[in-house]
Ligand binder design. Structure first.
Ligand code: NDP
Length: 310
């Protein structure tokens, strides 16, 4: 059976940064890149808020740079996913999607989270052309324009508040007549003159064309069963995220939403020798730079753990 001192699962900024640190510590990490090599950032367009790129960089190019840097120090990047793990004793036994078994002395889980989508065809069609799941990442491109946010949770409210600092007008579209967000967030949104809450409506269709991207939305009024149109340029979907932890259920302590519980500020999980970094354990910040920082933390935690547990 193949043996590794450090198995990294996931290839976003957290996984590759963990690769850079553990490879430079001479641990010869093995990194499984998963279904979406490079993670969520490979489906974003321009990244302007990652320090070190003064002119901005495309998501795919940034991930190629991170991958190159991880490989330069000896991280072995492998196409494929880990589909099951046995964390009941060390070394841990992990199985990939080709049924190869890997024995790992330590594991860094950096499998990220996936945004939930409404599931209508126009949402996919205009992704990156007016449809986004991250206001902090893409809000800048909608400066002075009208946009909408879908979702009445804390994320929807935060996204709306952030966008209100940049955009001309923000419609917050929610399918019920009561918000799920905390009272404090609701108060902020309701007192913001740039935000208009559109209660009891859901998106029927996103309207646009290849040249201009999104130009508006058709909304379904769930009380009257009628369709209403709004002209706007951006649709921010904030209907929750799902951490990619299905393969860990019953093995590691997860919170009620499935995020891995870590012993902040370290990256230690409920199982000694298993560490986690990035969006898979972070429902709050969800930023590449934070994930990269946490990947560094996990890499250093692994190094120290192996020194103490030879
Ligand atoms: P939530 O699950 O809390 O909210 C999701 C929202 O999207 C709900 O209003 C829900 O409607 C709506 N929704 C879900 N599916 C659909 C759909 N198919 N079509 C239309 N609307 C839909 O997710 P969040 O990401 O907002 O928050 C996740 C967790 O993170 C929460 O615990 C939250 O408190 C926390 N968080 C905390 C923050 C903070 O403290 N600063 C910031 C951000 C998040 P409905 O209400 O009808 O179900």
């Amino acid at each position: 059976m193949e043996h590794t001192r450090c198995l990294i699962i996931g290839s976003g900024p957290a996984g590759y940064t963990a690769g850079i640190y553990t490879a430079r510590a001479d641990l010869h990490p093995l990194l499984y890149e998963g279904m979406q090599v490079g993670g969520q950032l490979t489906i974003t367009t321009e990244i302007e808020n990652f320090p070190g790129y003064p002119e901005g960089i495309s998501g795919p190019n940034m991930m190629l740079d991170l991958r190159k840097q991880a490989r330069r120090f000896g991280t072995e990047c492998r196409t494929g996913s880990i589909i099951s793990v046995d964390l009941s004793k060390r070394p841990f036994i992990c199985v990939d999607d080709f049924n190869n078994e890997i024995e790992a002395e330590t594991i860094i889980v950096a499998t990220g989270a996936s945004a939930n989508w409404m599931g209508i065809p126009s949402e996919k069609r205009f992704y990156g052309q007016g449809v986004s799941a991250c206001a902090t990442c893409d809000g800048f491109f909608y400066k002075g324009l009208d946009v909408c946010v879908i979702g009445g949770g804390d994320t929807g409210c935060e996204e709306a508040m952030y966008l209100s600092t940049l955009c001309n007008k923000v419609y917050l579209i929610h399918r019920r007549d009561q918000m799920r967000a905390s009272k404090a967030m609701q108060a902020k949104v309701m007192n913001n003159p740039k935000i208009e809450i559109v209660w009891s409506h859901k998106i029927h269709e996103i309207i646009g064309n290849d040249l201009d991207g999104v130009t508006g939305v058709d909304l379904e009024n769930l009380k009257t069963d009628t369709i209403e149109h709004l002209d706007l340029s951006g649709v921010f979907v904030a209907i929750g995220h799902k951490p990619n932890t299905d393969f860990l259920k019953g093995q590691l302590e997860l919170d009620e939403q499935g995020y891995i519980k870590v012993q902040n500020p370290s990256s230690a999980t409920s199982v000694p020798g298993v560490f986690a970094a990035g969006d898979v354990c972070d429902p709050h910040y969800r930023q590449a730079i934070v994930a990269a920082g946490k990947g560094c933390v996990a890499g250093m935690d692994v190094e120290r753990f192996l020194q103490d547990n030879q």
